[in-house]
Design a protein around this ligand. Structure first.
Ligand code: R1P
Ligand code: URA
Length: 290
């Protein structure tokens, strides 16, 4: 059965609704960034650029880096945008744009998606300027209220522990990322567990003029521990997208890894004076390993 026009939405030129891309535009390996201005910081290293596209916050450059075809796309902020990004990227490779039907299982393509983003550290021993690769992501956002994500026993226990510690009325979700991709792209980086928050201020415990419902939120995040057979689990850093990537990546069958440039440390109160350098170094590291 063809998917209805209202669900699988194509623009007049045959491109997918928000990303504005057609299937032959993208490569199997994709670097994603939050900030649209970070896209040229990645593609400036390409040998050549074949496609430049933009719609809303989704800026795409496709080109070649040392002979390898790469796509870099900006996503804007938040897991609501990651819902759009991953569903539309998946559609570009796994839905037939002519018949409007999902491709059969044996024809499905697994994309390799690398998030290169900024993040705040929660623990004093993770300095600003470091690079962190996410092992587990814990989502405080509501995206997984709407998908039947299958979590392992450990993931459920960690997520339930976070719910209990914060006294939340809903259970967060927890997803371990792709081990191989983490080892390849994150070699030499701090390995951490990333908390994905549905906001930058209150949900990350920042107080400007508004008080918080949980006044010691940062301390709760910092002090959270879970003992498992693999050792002690702690939350190392937070940002606003990683859990959405890991959960949708698992469900759609794509390999995803989140790399974080640590620009703030909430234990020491520091913000990196050289945050651009920290991000640029992460971009170069990523391109060298991809
Ligand atoms: C907040 O400043 C933004 O920075 C982080 C957060 O996840 C959020 O999107 O990532 P990016 O630098 O990739 O946007
Ligand atoms: N991005 C975030 O979401 N939080 C930080 O503290 C820094 C970058």
């Amino acid at each position: 059965m063809p998917i209805a026009d209202s669900e699988f939405i194509l623009n007049k030129d045959g491109s997918i609704y928000h990303l504005n891309l057609q299937p032959d535009h993208i490569s199997d390996t994709i670097i994603t960034v939050g900030d649209p201005e970070r896209v040229p910081l990645v593609s400036q290293h390409f040998d050549s650029i074949e496609t430049v596209m933009q719609k809303r916050e989704f800026v795409t450059h496709v080109g070649y880096y040392k002979g390898k075809r790469l796509t870099v796309i900006s996503t804007g902020m938040g897991t609501d945008n990651i819902d759009i990004l991953l569903n539309e990227l998946d559609a570009l490779v796994n839905i037939d744009f002519v018949t409007r039907e999902p491709r059969p299982l044996e024809e499905r393509i697994a994309l390799r998606i690398v998030r290169v983003g900024t993040s705040g550290a929660l623990q004093a021993d993770i300095p600003v300027g470091s690079h962190l690769v996410t092992e587990h992501a814990v989502g405080l956002d509501s995206l997984m209220q709407f998908y039947p994500l299958v979590e392992t026993g450990l993931e459920v226990e960690v997520a339930s522990g976070v719910q209990q510690a914060l006294g939340l009325s809903y259970r967060p979700y927890c997803v371990r990322g792709n081990d191989l991709l983490r080892e390849q792209l994150g070699a030499g980086m701090v390995v951490g567990n990333t908390l994905t928050c549905p906001g930058f201020y209150g949900p990350q415990g920042r107080v400007l003029r508004l008080d918080l419902r949980i006044p010691d939120l940062i301390q709760q995040f910092q002090n959270f521990r879970y003992q498992s057979a693999e050792g002690e689990f702690r939350l190392t850093n937070f940002e606003m997208e990683t859990a959405g990537y890991y959960a949708l990546g698992r469900m759609l069958g794509h390999e995803v890894v989140s790399l974080n440039a640590i620009v703030a440390n909430r234990a020491t109160g520091e913000f990196a004076t050289n945050s651009e350098d920290v991000v640029n170094d992460l971009i170069q590291n990523t391109l060298d390993r991809i």
